[in-house]
Write a protein that binds this ligand. Sequence first.
Ligand code: AFP
Length: 341
Amino acid sequence: MDHAADVYKTDLMTITRHVLNEQSKYPESRGDFSILLSHIVLGCKFVCAAVNKAGLAKLIGLAGETNIQGEEQKKLDVLSNEVFVNALVSSGRTCILVSEEDEEATFVEPSKRGRYCVVFDPLDGSSNIDCGVSIGTIFGIYLIKDGGEPTLEDVLQPGNKMVAAGYCMYGSSCTFVLSTGSGVHGFTLDPSLGEFIMTHPDIKIPKKGKIYSVNEGNAKNWDGPTAKYVEKCKFPTDGSSPKSLRYIGSMVADVHRTLLYGGIFLYPADKKSPNGKLRVLYEVFPMSFLMEQAGGQAFTGKERALDLVPTKIHERSPIFLGSYDEVEEIKALYAAEEKKA
Ligand code: AFP
């Protein structure tokens, strides 16, 4: 098995080749993870194609309405969910699925069961679809705890127990970012080949960043440390230049930029939403896993995000993630606040 490839020229490192290379480091591996991932990748390719056609589809009938053939059109987020659930169940490698779209967890029937639990948001940022802004799929993967009968406890594990996490961004190109716990790698879909090719090997987030990313419309309800941090971004007192604000409102796009350019992404608690907005299992954990793997940090305002133990599948948490030094600053502000109390 090869481990190196000339990724930029004729010796293409596809995502499958990369995962098989990783697998070969574990001789006892049965290839289950590679099979599972190939099904996730298939789901992403399908959603990518559907998202690309979304603008056009609107011309012949709005999502949720009837098109000219008299067929009911499914909303893209509903369609994406069905695609992922079917792909994951048919992989034969999953036992529990938790999707943002489904209130209850799906327990895979025994004849199709495997050892993996997958938590996912099939189409995050879907309120951005109609204006063509980048949206994405986010996923995290756990192994069933003891190999016995699957229970909800298997997906209510802290993020530090994830064995892999990633996202696929449907933007100007289709980008798949993955970590299996040894670094973060980015792949871009070559539409002519229908393959994800490694374009961003071993992504490392810059230690400091010049960009902050937050919904400032919520500022009136922020807590003290968040308000102080953002004030410092705009009016630094140490002689440094103010930071730039970039906010798309689509977590995959905002986190992707943060990962590549550095900086910080915040979705803090506020008076109206004391637990923030973002969901622990399929937004906070996978993105925190990737950030740590890329050398950054992720913090909830109380603890390391990956140490949080969820008590329900759609739980929410505040989150601050990004460059190591930026998150250190936020942590210091929360520590100071706690001292005062
Ligand atoms: P939608 O899926 O409803 O568009 O929400 C997207 C999202 O969950 C996440 O992708 C964004 O980071 C966040 O919400 C944006 O929330 P605000 O609109 O409150 O800023």
